[in-house]
Each structure stands twice: as structure tokens, then as C-alpha cells.
Design a protein around this ligand. Sequence first.
Ligand code: SF4
Ligand code: SF4
Length: 340
Amino acid sequence: MIAKTKLADLVSFLALCGKVVGPVPLGHGQFKFAEVRSLAEMALDYIPTILPPKKYFMPQYETLLRYDGADGQQMQAVVEVEELVLFGVHTCDLAGIQCLNVVFSDRPRDLHYMIRKNHITLIGLECSDYCDSYASCAMLRNHLPKGGYDLFFSELSDGYFVDIKTQKGEQLVEESGLFEPVSDAAREQLQELRRAKKQIFRSEVPIRYQDIPRLFDETFDSDVWTRIGEKCLSCGNCTNVCPTCYCFDVMDEPDLDLTRGRRIRVWDSCQHETFAKVAGDESFREQRSDRKRHRFNRKFRYPMKRYKRMFCTGCGRCSRSCMAKIDLKETLGALMEERG
Ligand code: SF4
Ligand code: SF4
């Protein structure tokens, strides 16, 4: 347990040890993860930030290596890494990070990602209130903590119940000297919080979790894809803000002397027409409807086969940020209606 009155001291302690990142308000009901020095800068009752914490695990723009062709072909791998504490991460975003962990630790392992991940301490924070109508975390079973953190905080009446998951978390608790043993009353309060959540967080679309992949299997030729394809602008917002979208492009950026330079990795999007274009100008997903269908299947159906999990956390960011108002829950509903 940690008393509410000691939370500010904890953040100050973490900030003395290194960089702390937490949810900060941007105005107009929007939030972002940014560096903080104190608790006062954060908004712990936030709805999902515009960009998920994936930006710290897989930066939008990253140098992979530097090369120098002046003396033969010399290459030096670069790993851009910094010690970081991510504070106040909700269960949906913890689930998103777990998806990225699964992908980047699959063979061939992505060492840039793996090294960076080991330098990030994750402190989760439980939502006790529902965020907004775009979210579907209960449908995807991500409204309760399922691991993937070092410490996890659940707010009770006068303190936070703290679940310690790793040795790193244990060390932090010991070194800060701010925590106290948990009481039976606090355990009972936590159970009460979880019982209350069952009523507040309900499956938002009337479909069982285990039936979702089959819905996409059975609606591959649905007109719903044509209809949302006509609305989609192919801007790629939905993939940029998605905590589990990890597609990237790799390219060389030569210096002006054209001898030295660096190889970079940047986020890419399956919603761009060029993404699936190959030699001879052939495109596998020429139509916007093809690309939208692909994205939905990449969230709910294909990863079940390879990773035995869905790659949608229910955070609602794609629907919240889509200029064409393409809504994930509405799309699921339309597919269900059409299938009958
Ligand atoms: S954010 Fe909306 S308009 Fe943009 S690519 Fe995604 S679905 Fe299409
Ligand atoms: S598909 Fe949409 S709701 Fe699902 S994880 Fe990505 S951004 Fe969140």
C-alpha cells in the first residue's frame, strides 16, 4: 500500500532516479504521455492519451545503424535507449505493450526493441470509472490487470493498493521507503472495486470474446468493407494511434557527402496505398475497402492463429481519432447485423 499523501513523494523520488513519463492534460479533454517532474503535472483520471506508450518502446523515428563507406563498408549498430519510468499506464495500454513484446520477441528477435524495453519500468494504474463511449476494453477482456507491469496501483479510499510483479518493482518499493504493508480492510476494498467494475465495465458489443475471430472469418466478403472503404481517407491516423500497430519501413538517409549516413526505421501504415505495393507497381490491397478489411482482420483474426491473442486492446483510439468517423464498435455491430 501507499498512502495518497505519499504519492507526490514517490513521483519526486522516481524523478530523482531518472526520467519519469506520465499522463498530462492537453486541454479539450485530451491527454498525452510526456515527461513529468511532479505528481501535480499529471492527470491520473485521464482517458486514453492521443498516442499510446508504444512511442517509448518503438519510436516513430529511430536510427538503427550508422554506415561509413569511406574506408570499405563500415557499419555500426545504434540502439537509442534511455532509462525510463512510465507511470500511470492503464490496463488497455499494458495489454498493448504485451502484444508488442510478443511480436518483437518472436524469431528473428528485434534486439533494438528488446534492449529498449529492458530499460523501461512500468507502473500501471487501474481505471475504476469507464472512460468514454469509444472504449471496448471489457469486450476484449482488458479492463482488469493481467500482468505486464512492474508495479500496479489500484486506488482505494485513502491510498493505493500496490501489486508488485517483478524484482525491479520490489526494489523500487524498498528503496523509496514510502510503502506500507497491506491491511485486510484494503484487500476487501480492492475486491469491492473489482465487483463494482463488473457492473460499470460491460461487454459493449453483444458478442462473446471467443466468437470475435469467427465473425471476421464469416464476413470476409461483406458489403460493410465496401461501405467503410468509401468513407476512409487512407490517412493512417488509426494505425499511428493504435497501441498494437507495429508496421514500419526501413530506409537509408545518406549525409551530404553521400559516403556516410544512417539507416532509420519509421512507422508505416497498412492504410497507405504504397504499403502493399510491390515490383511492377502491383498492389495487393489497391482498394481502401481491402485495406480496411485487412486492418480489422490483423486485429481480430490473423493474430489468433499466430499468437493466440487478439491485437485490439479496446482502447478506442482509432475511433476517437478517425476524421471519417469510422468507428470500431459500429463496424463490429454492422458485421454482426449483416451476418445475421
Ligand atoms: S483514421 Fe479513419 S480515415 Fe484515416 S485511415 Fe484510419 S479509418 Fe481511414
Ligand atoms: S484497433 Fe483501435 S481500439 Fe483496438 S487497440 Fe487499436 S486503436 Fe485501440
